[in-house]
Design a protein around this ligand. Structure first.
Ligand SMILES: Nc1ncnc2c1ncn2[C@@H]1O[C@H](COP(=O)(O)OP(=O)(O)O)[C@@H](O)[C@H]1O
Ligand SMILES: N[C@@H](CCC(=O)OP(=O)(O)O)C(=O)O
Length: 373
């Protein structure tokens, strides 16, 4: 690569393990379903990167877009049931198309469908990690999408940009590519008039004044979701390149295309990363002042004695928000008990609880302090 490359671009072009996310708008059209030619070009670019020595995980959107035509739908559905029906039809076509395309290289494809909950349940999380790792060691390409048919409105990733950022963290990726129908981040929606492309985002100051608008007819989150996923990944130590899918070969080949986001921050464990970023809190635990100090300063486990009340209905394994007496969120964590169980434990010291209820309410390993805004 040329000597004038930014550190972020150098890191992205030399990354050993990468996640490549392709948006619906780049892969499908309202009338024609999957764009097979485009998909072949993407597979070519992924294969070239693999030949150059990188491990690649693909996150492919497009199931809903691919399922519309076969079901006679002319507009992207808005209700969950129709989206899920379209996704179930389209996912089959999408996986088949990826499989067929990689056959040109004698490469096998594995389909991995994940839902948000999988990142928080230790077993599911480990299994997903193990499957992705085994596919990699067997030389197969994992093609990931959200498990749309089981995702409910509450637990949806929201969009696949966020899923891709989570997967990047899950597999320990060194770079994340977000490929879309736009060739980078602009200071305003380029469809709405003159806008200037931003080649590098080194800190949030580079985003001052940027207007991230909605997506196209097929995309879900628009630029706002790409931006928040890019920042989420960058904050977790993974640099991001946002580029056009039509520039996939150049993007994956280290070319000077798209917008590069510099990574910063310390890499959290995958589980803590999920607790902080991925899950919607299912409930709230209200702590007394002593418990606030224990979890936010001393990073201790949360015990029942320090909880004054609980709000919401949740189950052991869910993510909850921990708030102080002033209702300000001080941490998030995976709760060990159901809300009904916990209601009877409030304020009790551990020694007074029956042995089966003596585990911490939120273990320190499952707890992430939230910095004050
Ligand atoms: N500031 C911006 N910079 C670049 N693109 C933008 C911006 N604001 C809105 N967009 C629009 O976001 C679209 C990409 O989002 P989306 O359709 O959700 O893509 P995908 O299907 O790849 O997830 C682009 O087509 C672009 O018109
Ligand atoms: N799982 C859905 C993803 C929808 C989605 O996030 O789309 P996009 O914003 O184009 O990445 C699908 O495959 O249609």
């Amino acid at each position: 690569m040329g000597g004038t490359e930014s550190p972020a671009r150098q890191a992205i072009s030399s990354a050993r393990r990468v996640v490549v996310k392709i948006g619906s708008s780049a892969l499908t059209s309202l009338a024609g379903g999957i764009d097979l030619q485009r998909l072949d070009l993407l597979a070519d670019a992924v294969e070239a990167r693999m030949q150059a020595g990188s491990d690649v995980v693909v996150v492919s959107s497009g199931a809903i877009g691919a399922g519309m035509a076969p079901l006679g739908l002319t507009r992207r559905p808005k209700d969950l049931a129709t989206k899920q029906a379209a996704a179930s039809v389209g996912q089959l076509a999408l996986a088949h198309a990826w499989g067929t395309s990689f056959t040109r290289y004698g490469r096998t494809v594995g389909q991995v469908l994940l839902s948000a909950d999988d990142f928080g349940r230790r077993e599911h999380h480990r299994n997903a990690q193990r499957t992705l790792d085994r596919l990699r060691s067997l030389g197969a390409v994992a093609v990931v999408n959200e498990n749309d048919t089981v995702a409910t409105e509450e637990i949806r990733f929201g969009d696949n940009d966020r899923l891709a950022a989570l997967v990047a963290h899950l597999v320990g990726a060194d770079a994340l590519f977000l490929l879309s129908d736009v060739d980078g981040l602009y200071d305003g929606d380029p469809r709405k008039g003159a806008a200037t492309m931003i080649p590098e985002v080194r800190s949030s100051a580079d985003l001052d004044g940027v207007i991230a608008g909605s997506g196209g007819a097929l995309g879900t989150g628009g630029m706002a979701s790409k931006l928040s996923a890019a920042r989420l990944a960058a904050d977790a130590g993974v640099p991001v390149l946002l580029a056009a899918a039509s520039d996939a070969a150049a993007a994956l080949g280290g070319g000077q295309v798209g917008t590069a986001f510099t990574a910063r921050g310390v890499r959290l464990s995958a589980r803590k990363f999920w607790v902080r970023h991925a899950a919607d809190a299912r409930g709230v635990l209200v702590l007394d002042a002593g418990a606030v100090r224990a979890v936010s300063r001393r990073r201790s486990s949360l015990l029942a004695a320090g909880i004054t009340s609980v709000r919401g209905r949740f189950y052991g394994g869910d993510v909850v928000a921990l708030v102080g007496p002033d209702d300000v969120v001080v941490a998030r964590g995976v709760v060990a008990y159901d809300s009904t169980e916990l209601a009877n434990m409030l304020g009790s010291s551990t020694a007074d609880l029956p042995s089966e209820l003596q585990r911490p309410v939120v273990h320190a390993d499952d707890l992430v302090a939230v910095e004050p805004a």
